[in-house]
Design a protein around this ligand. Structure first.
Ligand SMILES: Nc1ncnc2c1ncn2[C@@H]1O[C@H](COP(=O)(O)OP(=O)(O)OP(=O)(O)O)[C@@H](O)[C@H]1O
Ligand SMILES: [Mg+2]
Length: 346
């Protein structure tokens, strides 16, 4: 007969049990994943310390007094630095007509919504990348001819005054070619090695630190326990550079950038569930992005900068997609966060 603990630890619902003083005395694996900490660390913590939700605390105290369970649908809890919408069910466990324990079941409602949004986002990204590549490819071919013809023409010209015009054609054709090369992406085969995610991240931190003014502070909040991933270091440098540069450019005068790394457990990306996923958050307190623009900024050639190509994010996304990962963006009044998810597959 299978043990009850194994069944509880394989449930997708988080199960927590609190004693009559509302201190935790049992949590299953789904609960540990939801709260982002181990049972050992969480035991004996109060509901207030875990959920930081005054109304919920009050309802649970009432439950103890009245011996009556309750259900709270669409409850928003701030867990692991983000708001998560949950359905909560609280049930008193009686012993001799007295509630001695409180059983709490928590089910994420966002999860389903998020997975379908991710699928939609990935499909959109793939289409835009295919479009961008074929577009770049088609433009590059005639560009070579155009440049060659201008060079031949230049040889025939007798006055330097007219050569100025052929030079403009050549320079502009070169500028366009480098833009098209950027759109086509690197044609080198990625050199995937086992590497610590903090290596490319630190490299980019130093690079951007040297570029920005002293008024921008780049802070690190790393989880050193993240297992190595199999990746091409240069590709990851490019991804982090594009996103961290954007963050620095979004800060007009003074501000902060936070680089945060974490491990996510049991994450689903495009119908694949990964046991472990590295999560890299790049958070800035710059000008922010309007909600209606967020999905659009990943499209090629979308830029709100005078000198921008609008390719930084498209390239970053195309690289991360090659690794089965995902980039998400959210922007509140205070912070803009780009979250990169990279499955740890080996
Ligand atoms: N952290 C951020 N804060 C505010 N806006 C951002 C942020 N990151 C990106 N954006 C917006 O998204 C747009 C697209 O970014 P992307 O990196 O693709 O192109 P770009 O930065 O404009 O050009 P390039 O990367 O070639 O310099 C930017 O023009 C900017 O408006
Ligand atoms: Mg950019």
């Amino acid at each position: 007969m299978i043990s009850q603990n194994i069944i509880l630890d394989n449930l997708n619902t988080a199960i927590l049990v609190f004693d009559e003083t509302l201190k935790l005395n049992y949590i299953n694996t789904a609960g540990e994943i939801l709260l982002g900490d181990s049972a050992k660390h969480l035991f004996n913590k109060s509901t207030q310390a875990l959920f930081k939700h005054a109304d919920l605390e009050h309802d649970l105290q009432q439950l103890i007094m009245r011996n009556e369970g309750f259900v709270n649908r669409g409850l928003v809890l701030h867990l692991q630095h983000k708001n998560i919408t949950l359905n909560l069910s609280a049930t008193p466990i009686y012993e001799q007509h007295k509630a001695v324990n409180v059983l709490i079941e928590l089910q994420e409602v966002d999860r389903h919504l998020r997975i379908s949004k991710e699928e939609q986002l990935l499909a959109q990204q793939n289409t835009s990348q295919v479009l961008m590549r074929s577009f770049a490819h088609e433009i590059k071919n005639p560009l070579g001819g155009l440049r060659g013809a201008a060079q031949l023409l230049e040889l025939e010209l007798v006055t330097d005054e007219l050569k100025e015009y052929t030079q403009i054609i050549i320079e502009e054709a070169d500028r366009m070619k480098s833009l098209m090369d950027k759109m086509l992406g690197p044609n080198k085969v990625p050199n995937k090695v086992s590497l610590n995610i903090h290596e490319p991240l630190e490299r980019v931190r130093q690079l951007v630190n040297a570029e920005v003014s002293q008024h921008i502070d780049i802070m690190c909040d790393y989880d050193p326990s993240i297992p190595d991933i199999l990746a091409d270091k240069n590709q990851l440098i490019q991804v982090f550079l594009n996103i961290i540069r954007n963050a620095a450019q979004a800060i007009a005068t003074q501000g902060n950038i936070i680089l945060r790394t974490r491990v996510e457990r049991h994450m689903t990306i495009a119908n694949n569930t990964y046991k472990l996923t590295a999560r890299i958050d790049i958070i800035d307190d710059g000008i922010g992005i309007k909600e209606e623009l967020i999905d659009r900024i990943f499209f090629p050639m979308i830029t709100y900068k005078q000198e921008g190509t609008g390719l930084g994010l498209t390239i970053a996304q195309s690289i991360i997609n090659q690794y089965g990962g995902l980039i998400e963006c959210s922007s509140t009044g205070e912070n803009t966060t780009f979250s990169i998810f990279l499955p740890i597959t080996h």
